[in-house]
Design a protein around this ligand. Structure first.
Ligand SMILES: *Cc1c(COP(=O)(O)O)cnc(C)c1O
Length: 448
């Protein structure tokens, strides 16, 4: 075991050390990759050391440098050193994050890291914190708490009786909501037709006057879905005004990456009023730069959170009492995610988190300026770490050229009916030199 884990760490470190110099992505032939992993199901056992070397060889041509300094696609960070090492330990320790009986250490780490997260993100100290797989799971869990609460208020026990025959629940959400909200609504039995869409302004933040109009047009139990950090523009809904407009509706905030703006004094005003919501979804594996998979769901009412999600596992502990962890996430047995989150927050501290968020925003502005100076059109106000870039009709062809070139990686998106290159600066390793080199490569390819 000792030699095997040391070798795994060495292989992982080799990969990390190569990230700044290797092409960000290579055109990997899926047939060749599958052949590397492939062949018939092995009949006989193999020595673990051979398995490890075989895995490293097979995977190498298909590894993307998402953890490197010039990956700007989707919204992707690269795990911090202490967080990466902590996750290696979590795998080595093989702790189950289900409850404090299975891992008192995992429970304590999540307890402390959860309190730190709430403080950094400007959320009430009394809120519950569940360590989930990511934004999708956080949205689903937060909306399950919402479903419990608004139906309980209407005299309906949805956990016992389901949705058949229940009072209709209104789901009021921005037309610019993330697609994971719709999947959560499908899974929770509301269906996507339950959504009463609200118009968004030019940057993608919710139009509060239209929110008032939509809410006034109906009645009954209501959930309002808001967003901090539009995936195209970085725009954040006006949470304070939306809270006032929403009355006693349940207010859920999808802040997968945008919630981190609250941790940086220079961007915190974008999240003014964030503490007034009822539930919040946030990612660790995006802007906090912890390993996959890692997200957080917070709920202002821990009793509601547990009522919607609790596992009721008293029979497993024999103690008639359940630890909070497994009662706050959709998984029962799971990886002890709190170790890596604790390590990232311990490594950065409050100042380091603020500096990371601020630096990414600054680099996004630098990127936008360099491209605009080179003739590109910037499609959004760069308020956070997201930049939309257009080169007119050539934009899609250019996206492919940039991806093939390998200097940096970015994806394409459609915003307000137009195609754009989308840049997200979310990783802790990106420097000004990386931005300048990437912008130069994009402009060179655009000029060809
Ligand atoms: C990324 C993202 C999600 C989904 O998060 P996952 O961690 O990929 O599940 C949800 N909402 C927003 C706004 C996002 O940016």
């Amino acid at each position: 075991m000792r030699a095997l884990l040391a070798r795994a760490a060495e292989l992982a470190a080799d990969h990390r050390e190569s990230l700044a110099d290797r092409p960000v992505a290579r055109a990997a032939d899926p047939h060749v990759l599958r052949a590397g992993f492939g062949g018939p199901l092995p009949e006989a056992p193999s020595p673990p050391s051979e398995v490890l070397e075989e895995l490293a060889r097979a995977a190498e041509p298909g590894l993307v440098a998402t953890a490197g300094p010039r990956f700007f696609g989707f919204v992707v960070g690269g795990a911090l050193p202490a967080a990466t090492a902590a996750d290696v330990l979590a795998a080595g320790w093989d702790q189950n994050g289900f409850n404090a009986v299975l891992s008192p250490a995992a429970a304590a780490a999540e307890d402390v890291a959860g309190a730190w997260l709430k403080e950094l993100l400007g959320l009430p100290a009394t809120a519950s914190a569940g360590f989930v797989t990511g934004g999708q799971s956080a949205n689903t869990t937060g909306l399950a708490a919402a479903r419990h609460h608004v139906l309980a208020e209407a005299g309906w026990d949805v956990e016992r009786d389901g949705l058949t025959g229940a009072p209709r629940v209104r789901v009021v959400a921005s037309e610019e909501r993330h697609a994971t909200i719709d999947r959560s609504l499908r899974l929770l039995g509301f269906g996507t037709r339950a959504v009463e869409p609200v118009a968004a302004g030019p940057q993608g933040a919710i139009d509060v006057a239209d929110l008032e109009r939509v809410l006034a047009a109906g009645s009954g139990p209501a959930i309002v879905c808001l967003q901090a950090g539009n995936v195209n523009t970085g725009a954040c809904d006006d949470l304070r005004a939306a809270r006032e407009a929403a009355g006693d509706a349940w207010l859920h905030v999808d802040g997968a990456f945008g919630l981190w703006a609250a941790a940086n004094p220079a961007t915190a005003a974008l999240l003014d009023g964030v503490e007034l919501a009822d539930s919040w979804a946030c990612d660790g594996h995006k802007w906090l730069n912890v390993p996959y998979d890692s997200g957080f769901v917070f709920c202002a009412r821990p009793d509601v959170h547990a009522a919607a999600i609790a596992y009721r596992a008293a029979y497993l502990t024999g103690a008639g009492e359940v630890s909070g962890m497994g009662d706050l996430t959709l998984e029962s047995s799971r990886r002890a995610r709190g170790f890596a989150v604790w390590a990232a927050l311990r490594e950065l501290g409050r100042d380091g988190v603020a500096e990371l968020v601020d630096r990414c925003c600054r680099l996004a502005r630098r990127f936008a300026k360099a491209l605009a100076d080179g003739g590109a059109e910037i499609g959004n106000d760069v308020v956070l770490n997201q930049v939309l870039v257009s080169f007119g009709d050539d934009t899609d062809a250019l996206t492919r050229k940039v991806q093939d070139d390998g200097t940096c990686w970015l994806g394409g998106t459609t915003w307000r009916g137009r195609r754009y290159l989308r840049i997200s600066v979310s990783g802790w390793t990106t420097t000004e030199a990386d931005v300048d080199r990437s912008a130069a490569a994009i402009l060179r390819l655009a000029g060809q």
